[in-house]
Every structure is written in C-alpha cells, then in structure tokens.
Design a protein around this ligand. Structure first.
Ligand SMILES: [Zn+2]
Length: 422
C-alpha cells in the first residue's frame, strides 16, 4: 500500500524514517547510553557485563514522526517480557470501561469478533469474554500469552504484521473490532503493521489504537517514556498520515489520561463511509497545527527542557541526602529505568525500590542496580521520601501507601518536574 510514497534513500550510515524513508538528520533528544529498560537483573548478573544502547531520538523533517533507531530486535525484547498488565488496578478499570464503551457504541454481540494485537495477559479481552463476545489475542511474549490462555482468552503467540493478518483473514477471522493498546510505538516495521490492520479488518469494522500523545509528552516533559522498546512517538497529525497511506481513515479520537496522556484513535477503511470524520478529530488536528506539530521549531526546544528537569531532580536529591534523609522508590516500570539511568541516580540516592509484580521482586534495576523488594519493605524501613516512578499512577499509589504519613514520610514525583506531596 505504501508503494506510492516517495522514498528518499538515506546516505550510508544515516538512519532513515521508518514510515517515509527520509534520512533522519534532526535530533529530538539524546538521553545517552542506557540498558534495555525491561532487562531486570538477578543477583548473579550484577557482576557481569551489561549491554547499553544509545537512546538517541530523531524527528523526521518530512512526516514529523519522532523515532528511535531499532538497536535491538523485537524478538530479543519481547519473547520473555516482564510486564503483566494485570498488576495495575487503574489499568484494569480502564480496560473494563473500554469494553463497555465499545460494546455499546458499535453494538457488539455473540456474532462479533474482537481481535487485540499485543493482548498481553488477557487483561482486556477477558471483559469481552465475560460478555460472551468471541475474541482472539495476538501476543508475542510466550510467558505472558500463557497467562492469558489459562484465563480463557484464546491467544496466538506471534508477532503481528501482513503475514499474520493474511493468514487469519484467509481463515475467516477478520475483526469487527480490532484494537491495539500501547503497541504502535513498539512496532519496528510500522508500515507492515498498519498494512496488517487493514487486511484483518472487516469491510465495516472499526480499529481503535491507543498510544501516548506526543503533544503531551512535550508539554509535560515526559522524556522518561522514551525507551528502546518504544520506537515511535506520534502526534495525531502524523498518525493520520500513516493510516491514510494504508487506506485507513481516522474518523474519531479521544484524549485519555492513561500513560500521562494518550490518544485513542478510531479508524475505518477509507472506502467505508458509514462513519463520517467527527468533530473531535477535526478539533484535535487544528489544535496540533496551532501548537506547531507540523513545524521543526516545535521539536527543537525539547532537549534543553529535558536537561533542566534532570538538574532539578538531582539538585533536590543532593539536598535531601545532605540533610540526612532517606529515599526509597516505588515501582520498577520501564520509564523509571530511563529516568534513573539518564539522571545517574543509583543507590547513592535511592536505597531500593518496591514493586507489586512478583516477577520483579528480588531482582535489580538494569544499569542502576537498585534492588527491587516487595512493597512491605517501605513499612519496615520507613523512608523520609518515596519516589514514585510510575507517576502516571501517582494518585492510586499515594492512596495505597498513605501509611507513610504515620512516620512523616512524603511522596516525591519526578515528572513534569520534581515535586513533594506531603
Ligand atoms: Zn518520515
């Protein structure tokens, strides 16, 4: 479908845009060298060499896609993945609300087929199963897919793209609702992925895709959402361009609070005119234009903003340590690893972190080697500050951990800039 795009070949040694092929000459932000953010270490691995890769983000001057080069193959990243969606209550609520909304808006029932790409541990499809709506999950991480299957969510262990979509379509498994949450950013071959969506969608079917909104990342300094597993960062305007190149029209969009501000885009076949392009899509496109999304100057200011955020956080931690305070972390999310590695924060500032995911407990954060414990550790050691690394769940975490007030503990949130919550 993209053969009509003009491919400008990049000079040797220079990366090219994963959507349009233009040479990438403009840095968006350079976060230095960092380990893969999901590669948690066991005690034995602490004394071994650890691979670090550049976290250098570019913006394409032709289509404004913000992107990282693919330094590590997705097979390496995703076949044994530590992220289980079901460990976050807020995320499960989000999945349940989504299910209710889709069933009502598109009249889904026992005759419909819902397909989720990157279905993780079945955190979302389980709610469609509850309503007796047939589902299929597609998930490349074997250990995560196994959990979904045990839950009664049929799941294929596979990477999604044209080949997978063609096979499923030939088997009569096209989708009335085709969804992918937080997967678009992680797709190395973006054109193959979106072309696959087109193939797997029934003629009147609807695609919904959620991804972090680039405009929010820039406005709120969320540079820690950049990691090697996230190859692309999208504005609505650029997403619209990419889907259009594959014969898909974005007819609606919602702005969501998830992951610090996400978009849920609604797509249909360009040739299916049953859903007109709605007011929300038109309004967001206009707002992005006004903010400067289709203008290189918009992207140039981000790097300095990121450096200043680092200086402020380190400044705070130095003062706290000089005053004899103790600091513990809460959570071991990917974004925490970008933040801690970029800022050079190790056990000299943060004694340990805790996580509810038993897969991470007893391990160490990549690069910084901060140990990860069960959340009870906070009650035992009573730190003065608890640094919340998954700041997108900060309200939920502050509620869960309210007992730190008993010993005068305070919460620390690093993004958009360091702030104490007494
Ligand atoms: Zn491009």
């Amino acid at each position: 479908m993209v053969t009509h795009l003009e491919k400008q070949q990049a000079p040797t040694g220079m990366a090219s845009c994963r959507f349009c092929g233009t040479a990438l000459r403009h840095t968006f932000v350079d976060l230095g060298m960092s380990p893969l953010c999901e590669s948690y270490l066991s005690a034995e691995q602490l004394n071994q060499m650890e691979p670090f890769y550049p976290l250098h983000v570019y913006v394409c001057e032709a289509c404004f896609l913000v992107q990282l080069e693919e330094y590590v193959s997705p097979e390496h990243i995703f076949t044994e993945y530590a992220y289980f969606s079901s460990y976050a209550d807020a995320w499960l609520r989000h999945a349940r609300n989504y299910t209710d909304l889709m069933v009502e808006r598109f009249g889904l029932n026992a005759a419909s087929h819902v397909v989720e790409v990157a279905s993780n541990d079945g955190y979302l499809l389980q709610y469609f199963v509850e309503k007796n709506i047939p589902v299929l999950g597609i998930e490349p991480a074997r250990n995560v897919a196994r959990v979904a299957i045990e839950k009664g969510v049929p799941t294929l262990v596979e990477f999604f793209g044209v080949a997978c979509a063609r096979r499923l379509a030939a088997e009569g498994k096209q989708a009335d609702l085709l969804l992918g949450n937080n997967v678009l950013a992680q797709v190395p071959d973006l054109n193959d992925f979106v072309a696959g969506l087109k193939i797997l969608l029934k003629p009147q079917g609807v695609i919904t895709i959620e991804f972090p909104h680039l405009m929010r990342m820039v406005a709120e300094n969320q540079f820690d959402t950049i990691y090697h597993e996230h190859f692309s960062y999208f504005s609505f305007i650029t997403a619209e361009k990419i889907f259009a190149a594959h014969g898909l029209t974005l007819f609606d969009v919602e702005e969501l609070p998830t992951h610090g501000g996400s978009l849920r885009i609604y797509a249909r076949h360009a040739e299916d005119h049953s859903e007109p392009v709605g007011e929300r899509a038109v309004a967001l496109r206009r707002r992005e234009q006004a903010a400067g999304i289709p203008d290189m100057a918009y992207y140039a200011a981000f790097a300095e903003q990121v450096k200043e955020t680092k200086r402020k956080l380190i400044e705070f931690l130095i003062q706290a340590k000089r005053a004899g305070k103790s600091v513990a972390g809460y959570g071991a999310p990917g974004k925490g690893n970008t933040l801690l590695n970029y800022c050079g924060i190790r056990t000299d500032f943060v004694d340990y972190t805790v996580d509810r995911n038993p897969y991470k407990q007893g391990k160490f954060l990549p690069g910084t080697h901060i140990p990860i414990y069960h959340p009870d550790k906070i009650k035992e050691t009573q730190p003065d500050y608890v640094l919340i690394l998954p700041w997108n769940f900060k309200d939920e975490i502050m509620q869960q951990m309210a007992m730190i007030h008993a010993w005068g503990g305070q919460f620390l949130v690093p993004i958009p800039e360091v702030k104490v919550y007494p």
